[in-house]
Write a protein that binds this ligand. Structure first.
Ligand code: P6P
Length: 320
């Protein structure tokens, strides 16, 4: 590779945060400091996940969280790392975490202005199998995103009213580098991602929708099925390739399985800012769904706008 081909104008996540702040002259810099603390927690969690098998961090911690999920050792470590990083930033007032029954309040920072919601390690039940897991986060929906701990840590972040940018953790530098600027979902893609093992519990309209993908009326090519069972991994693929990800509310889980605050809403913000759509099982815009409690759940359909529109059309056909 000739010297002329080396990119020396590298946009790190730290530079990205600084450039975002410069756009708002009135900004105090508090949000930027909060984002740096967020960044550090992703780097730390990535470190432990990379080494998990080597230092026996896979397996169960012998405890369970509020929703009864067996906590993996990494769930507990990821949660502790996140809480410490947010507390240490001095800019976070409260945290909602999947791993904490109650809201955590940092009374030592009474003037802090941000609330942070997170699922420190979503999909952790897949950890032992080496499947990518991730951290999903949102800050008062000023910003939201997720970090997927795969072969390398991939961070996707979006700011209110802004675009979606993807960063890759360069381990030797210890920096997240901008690798996927201004991510946009293709408007359509024949890929669907859902746990079909739940189809006996789905509403009639929902079964009709997925059937229409597998047996196209026009005799066209059926959709491809892709389901990992780790929301961050399924969402990241859907963001990159297009298609639709769904976890419908059904007779087994009438409110759905995924949590509004720290799974559905942050993902909905990312997908809308990338040109996609995100609705619940009543076709309401997920970004407008208000949880009844901090661990409240919702059905979710998110992805390419033409694909989500097909869900809406099928729903309306049955609900007339
Ligand atoms: P199921 C992982 O446990 C998780 O919370 C999400 O990451 C994932 O999308 C979903 O649950 C998988 O649920 O019922 O298909 O195993």
């Amino acid at each position: 590779v000739g010297a002329e081909n080396i990119n020396t104008d590298i946009v790190t996540l730290s530079r990205f945060f600084t450039e975002e702040q410069i756009k708002y002259p009135e900004a105090s810099g508090d949000f930027t400091l909060l984002c740096h603390a967020l960044q550090f927690s992703f780097k730390s969690i990535a470190y432990y996940i990379r080494r998990a098998s080597l230092i026996n961090l896979t397996g169960l911690a012998g405890s369970s969280n509020i929703t009864g999920d067996d906590q993996k050792k990494l769930d507990v470590i990821g949660n502790d790392i996140f809480i410490s990083a947010m507390r240490g930033s001095g800019k976070c007032r409260i945290i909602v975490s999947e791993e904490e029954e109650e809201v955590i309040r940092f009374d030592e920072h009474p003037d802090a202005r941000y609330a942070v919601v997170c699922d420190p390690i979503d999909g952790s039940s897949n950890l032992d199998a080496g499947v990518s897991v991730g951290t999903i986060f949102g800050t008062s929906l000023v910003a939201s995103g997720f970090t997927m701990y795969g072969a390398s840590a991939q961070l996707v972040i979006t700011m209110r009213g802004g675009g979606v940018n993807g960063f890759t953790l360069e381990n030797s530098l210890g920096e997240f580098i901008l690798t996927h600027p201004n991510m946009k979902l293709p408007p359509a893609r024949s890929i669907y991602s859902v746990n079909e093992g739940n189809s006996q519990y789905w509403d009639e309209w929902c079964n009709a929708y997925f059937h229409s993908l597998k047996y196209p009326e026009d005799g066209g090519k059926p959709y491809s099925a892709r389901y990992i069972g780790s929301m961050v991994a399924d969402a990241y693929r859907t963001l990159l390739y297009g298609g639709i990800f769904a976890y419908p509310a059904d007779s087994k889980s009438p409110k759905g399985k995924l949590r509004i605050l720290y799974e559905c809403a942050p993902m909905a913000m990312v997908f809308e800012n990338a040109g996609g759509l995100a609705v619940n099982s009543r076709m309401e815009r997920l970004m407008e769904v208000v949880p009844e409690n901090i661990h409240d759940k919702s059905g979710v359909f998110l992805g390419s706008k033409d694909e989500v529109q097909k869900v809406i059309d099928m729903y309306n056909k049955y609900k007339k």
